[in-house]
Design a protein around this ligand. Structure first.
Ligand SMILES: [Zn+2]
Length: 588
């Protein structure tokens, strides 16, 4: 490809508001252009990189027996899950309800149900790669959170538990190999409760939306909302009598702890939530009164799972007052009885830290007052006692006791066993004796556009992008610097033709620009190998070779240039495989 005819100019300045760094460089280097909120055009360079990332995933999934398929972008509305509020629904001209696929899980399950009849057809691994559109209510401007993106979805269908475990291992391995080939460090994070197969593949970066708990001691990594941890124990002391004290302006746990000069773990915090109304599921909205120790936070995911609720939202102050509680001073004492008389169903959930911690300070359900020495069991009871807390940094790892850390990241993909309400329940197959058994299904997904954006975040410097050779839009950036007699330009042209013939993907900067502009653009676009043909290099004996990820330059005779370029690209590819490519730089 000649740079003189490539669509997408490089920009000297980053457009305002474009963050983080990798995305700014993708804009400046002419890879992407915004089209609307959360919508992007992938210009030819980005399209090539994206296509190569897709190719890596396709190869790895095919290698473990995956069969690629293609499904329609629009689906009958009944193939969209009722909980999937992000799907875009519309009607065709005959008023049939359709939806843009935001997940093809139900469609695949339908195909599996019809096509798979016998145990001899199992296991199956099906996958497809196509754009997904999610109608986010608050679209972010960034490429990392784009509303439309290219997605890989893979579905495994297995006969039994052992088969599901084996296929989960195979899928996990294939995705890990793909991420490694893309030179992207990705953490496997537990994203399920209990022993469910549920992982998320997360790229750690400070701008990420997901909170990840990690342990340096044993390598444990989990979504913070589902993480297990060892809760700091309560004091071992006898129960003391309850006592009401004035606590003016102590509406928060912080203010209360400061006012009474006690640690937050000696307080009990009241939290009010409402389970979202789910008419379709026949579920009624419920009022949820949560008591948790003051040093801990409620995990909405753990709480929702405990209640079997699809969604939870914080209760409004008016809703809290409506059941006779005082916002900021709500108390578990006596309230359980009161909310049972409330106009809608209510449930009291206590985190298991509370029964283990005697003499906690709790609200008195009266503005300006708290109760000292409240004790679960003696003074109040709950409908449910369970672990509903999320860990904080420094809490101890449940496995090894080391202090946990909290990092931020973006999820690139997931792997999970589909639950009982999912597709698995609808698919059955026949075993040899004629009995019918439910098939087990796994689902894996990768946001390929986000994966490409994360590669740009991971691999860049002040000068621009640094593409791994495995997914670079082109391998060689050939720069021609014209001499007075035009000889260098002719030599560069000849080398361009030779590289093309040898199958080395080359971007040829044949423009009449200054050396400074050409080198700055080469750094900005970030192809793995820069080859310069200039009067100076010819005088020194050939073309100048420079890896984008290193400072060293060398002169290679023109006759050896093609073979040398192939060798250097092969070496870089081997470094990516071995995990040593840019390992030094990344460790900084
Ligand atoms: Zn640990």
């Amino acid at each position: 490809m000649r740079l003189s005819s490539l669509l997408g100019d490089t920009l000297r300045e980053a457009p305002a508001g474009a963050e983080p760094a990798g995305q700014r460089l993708l804009l400046r280097a002419g890879f992407i252009r915004p089209l609307g909120a959360g919508l992007f055009a992938y210009l030819p360079l980005a399209h090539r990189a994206l296509t190569r990332v897709e190719g890596v995933l396709r190869e790895e999934l095919t290698a473990i027996g995956g069969q690629e398929m293609r499904l329609s972008a629009a689906l009958p509305a009944e193939m969209i899950k009722t909980t999937d509020g992000e799907a875009t629904r519309f009607a065709d001209r005959k008023a049939r309800d359709l939806a843009l696929g935001a997940s093809w899980e139900a469609a695949i399950a339908e195909i599996v149900r019809k096509e798979i009849r016998s145990h001899r057809q199992l296991p199956q691994l099906l996958f497809h790669i196509q754009p997904q559109f999610r109608d986010e209510l608050r679209p972010h401007a960034g490429l990392l959170d784009a509303r439309e993106f290219t997605a890989l979805e893979a579905f495994g269908v297995c006969a039994d538990e052992a088969g599901a475990r084996a296929q989960a291992d195979a899928l996990r391995g294939a995705l890990q190999r793909a991420f490694r080939r893309c030179a992207l460090p990705v953490s496997i994070v537990e994203a399920g409760l209990g022993s469910a197969i549920a992982h998320r593949f997360v790229y750690l970066m400070p701008e990420g939306e997901d909170e990840i708990v990690t342990c340096d001691g044993c390598g444990y990594a989990a979504d913070r909302r589902m993480a297990t941890f060892r809760k700091p124990p309560g004091e071992a002391e006898p129960l003391r009598p309850m006592e009401k004290v004035a606590t003016p302006d102590a509406k928060t746990i912080e203010a209360l702890a400061r006012f009474l000069d006690i640690p937050k773990r000696r307080t009990a915090k009241a939290v009010f939530l409402v389970t979202a109304h789910q008419a379709a599921e026949g579920q009624q909205a419920r009022f949820v009164f949560v008591v948790i120790r003051g040093d801990l936070e409620v995990s909405a995911v753990k709480l929702a799972a405990t209640l079997g609720a699809a969604e939870l939202r914080p209760a409004t102050d008016d809703e809290i007052r409506a059941i006779g509680a005082a916002p900021g001073y709500a108390s578990p004492i006596g309230l359980a009885e009161r909310i049972r008389r409330a106009p809608w169903p209510a449930v009291v959930v206590v985190d298991d830290s509370v029964p283990a911690s005697p003499n906690l300070v709790a609200g008195a359900n009266e503005v300006g007052y708290h109760l000292l020495n409240t004790n679960y069991g003696r003074d109040y009871a709950a409908d449910i006692v369970a672990d509903i807390a999320a860990p904080n940094a420094g809490d101890a790892c449940l496995r090894c006791g080391a202090p946990l850390q909290i990092a931020r990241g973006v999820a690139i993909g997931h792997l999970r066993r589909l639950g009982a309400q999912g597709a698995e329940a609808s698919s059955t197959y026949l075993v040899s004796d004629g009995a019918s058994r439910p098939a087990m299904m796994l689902s894996a997904g990768v946001n390929i556009s986000r994966l490409m954006a994360c590669i740009a975040e991971q691999h860049h410097d002040n000068g621009g992008l640094i593409w791994p050779p495995s997914v670079a839009p082109y391998s060689v950036h050939l720069v021609a610097l014209a001499g007075r007699d035009g000889d260098a330009l002719a030599q560069a042209e000849a080398l361009y033709q030779a590289l093309q013939r040898a199958g080395v993907e080359t971007l040829f900067d044949d423009r009449a620009e200054s050396p400074g502009v050409k080198f700055a653009d080469a750094d900005l676009i970030g192809l793995p190998l820069r080859v310069t043909v200039a009067p100076k290099s010819l005088a020194a004996g050939g073309a100048e070779f420079k890896r984008r990820d290193a400072d060293a330059r060398e002169i290679v005779p023109l006759g050896e240039a093609v073979r040398r370029a192939q060798d250097m690209l092969n070496r870089m590819a081997a470094e990516v495989q071995a995990g040593t490519w840019r390992a030094q730089t990344n460790a900084e």
